[in-house]
Ligand binder design. Structure first.
Ligand SMILES: [Zn+2]
Length: 145
């Protein structure tokens, strides 16, 4: 069974149950559906519910989506903090000498080891151009400010 909101030629709105959408079409065509107010048989489905309730649902759905995004951002920050800890524990900090140290290792002038430090975007690009393997990682603060 399916319920339709119907409207007659005189704008009386009423609900009626049908076995199916096709059953309504058949009965309405055969003028077997009559308005309970005026008895008119020119009835059609009222245009209302879908558009309105659809809009409401959308705005309701927006809130959970935002919450999920915030959660993912939190996970991302956690992952970056873990990465930072890993780098700090396993690599030597060389500060601003990073480009210089990276080059020395690249050209075999120094033993290869894991280092981290600061390099400007230009320096990082220059290193890459020379074929030096460098990764830029977002350096997040250890704790939330
Ligand atoms: Zn009517």
């Amino acid at each position: 069974m399916i319920v339709f909101d119907l409207v007659c030629a005189d704008d009386h709105q009423f609900e009626a149950w049908f076995a199916s959408g096709a059953a309504f079409d058949r009965q309405a065509k055969a003028k077997k559906v009559a308005c309970p107010v005026c008895g008119g048989t020119s009835v059609s489905k009222a245009l209302m519910a879908p558009a309105v309730s659809g809009t409401k649902k959308k705005s309701k759905d927006a809130a959970p989506a935002k919450a999920v995004m915030a959660e993912q951002a939190g996970e991302y920050m956690t992952a970056l903090r873990a990465l930072r800890r890993q780098v700090e524990q396993n690599c030597d900090y060389v500060g601003e000498r990073f480009p210089e140290e990276a080059r020395k290792m690249h050209y075999g002038e120094a033993d290869r080891r894991s280092i981290y430090g600061e390099a400007s975007a230009d320096e990082a690009e220059a290193l890459k151009d020379e074929g030096v393997a460098v990764n830029r990682i977002p350096w997040v603060p250890d704790h939330d400010a």
